[in-house]
Design a protein around this ligand. Structure first.
Ligand code: MG
Length: 360
């Protein structure tokens, strides 16, 4: 019941039913057009055209075919539109234009195009010679149509351009999701081990150059085996996700967190000296311990133990040494009763520690 009025209302701007000629077209076609429109917004097409007659003719055709035209009356205006970050990818260029001509626009578009950002260019011109067509294609045009044009021919060529651009969009988004899958942990959504290690190596290099410290935290869920054994692995997975979420919620934009091992997390805190790293680690520890984790109607109290280490502003600390130091802190935190933060200056002396209510 509710769908039909929506379709009728939405059909007005799409098919422009106020014009008598268009009103004659079948209702079923309008609804079909609208359904396409509702699935995806109309593809925008930049039309660079100085002739008012062609502006109107091409504009009307594009709207009829489900595109959204953006008009530029000269080459300079077209170039301004094309330089915007959200510029249309489908471009219809006249050759002879005030300011920049269509061929110069083709060259500029190709020079400026970056990875995954292809524009499909159709030159629509009164020049009918084969040499001119070759010149336009060599300048970067994908297609060439001579005026006066046949409407089905223009529509066909535009649909080819749209198909190629749609395909490109799919490929780019597939590549992005593959990149994300390769760098992030599938369960928790934070960085995977390889990526957080790369991030740490990068931060240590940067810190050495900027002469700033880098704090790291190794955090491990306490008695995680018991959580799995008592409540099942599904609850264990939920606990991992929730801990990752609580860790991430307290980070600054330039911090990083990754899944270092099964129930172990590595946090990188650029610019944090030892005292700041310990304070932040303790804040995270409290944030995790303060509320039980609830999933599938099961609530469990989860705590983490943490070892911290800091690469000083003097530099010279490598990844292994830093992780080794944090790992020894973590071992001490476990040994001293869990749900606490420890830092070991060297292998025998604990210099700093923070813990929950229980001191063991
Ligand atoms: Mg012209």
């Amino acid at each position: 019941m509710g769908k039909r009025p929506l379709l009728c209302v939405r059909s007005i701007p799409v098919t422009n039913v106020t014009e008598k000629s268009r009103a004659k077209r079948g209702q079923s076609k309008k609804i079909a057009d609208v359904q396409v429109m509702l699935e995806k917004p109309a593809m925008r097409v930049l039309v660079a055209e100085d002739s008012v007659i062609y502006q109107r003719l091409v504009g009307n055709c594009l709207r009829d075919w489900g595109f959204s035209p953006i008009m530029a009356k000269d080459g300079t205006e077209a170039w301004q539109v094309l330089r915007r970050p959200d510029a249309p990818k489908l471009v219809l260029l006249d050759w002879v234009l005030p300011g920049l001509d269509g061929i110069e626009l083709c060259r500029r578009i190709r020079e400026a195009s970056s990875e995954g950002c292809y524009s499909y260019i159709i030159v629509l011109t009164g020049k009918s010679g084969q040499k001119e067509m070759l010149e336009a294609m060599q300048a970067g045009a994908d297609d060439y149509i001579v005026k006066p044009f046949d409407e089905p021919a223009l529509r066909a060529r535009l649909s080819v351009g749209k198909r190629i651009l749609d395909l490109q969009e799919e490929l780019v988004s597939a590549r992005e999701s593959m990149r994300h899958a390769a760098t992030h942990d599938g369960l928790t959504g934070i960085l995977n081990r390889r990526e957080v290690m790369l991030a740490l190596a990068r931060e240590l290099e940067r810190a050495k150059r900027d002469k700033k410290p880098v704090g790291i935290i190794l955090a491990d869920i306490d008695h995680f085996k018991n959580v799995n054994d008592t409540h099942g692995h599904l609850h264990g997975d939920e606990a991992l996700k929730e801990v990752a979420h609580r860790l991430r919620s307290r980070l600054r934009v330039y911090d990083a967190v990754g899944r270092y091992g099964g129930e172990e997390f590595l946090l990188i805190l650029p610019g944090c000296d030892l005292m700041n790293t310990i304070i932040r680690a303790d804040d995270l520890r409290t944030h995790i311990a303060c509320l039980p984790i609830t999933a599938s109607k099961i609530s469990s109290a989860i705590t983490v133990s943490m070892g911290v280490a800091v690469a000083s502003e003097a530099g010279g600390t490598d990844v292994e040494a830093l992780l080794g130091q944090a790992d020894r802190g973590l071992y001490l935190a476990k040994k001293n009763g869990r749900n606490r933060v420890e830092h070991l200056e060297d292998e025998s002396v604990a210099t700093h520690s923070r813990s929950g209510t229980k001191e063991h």
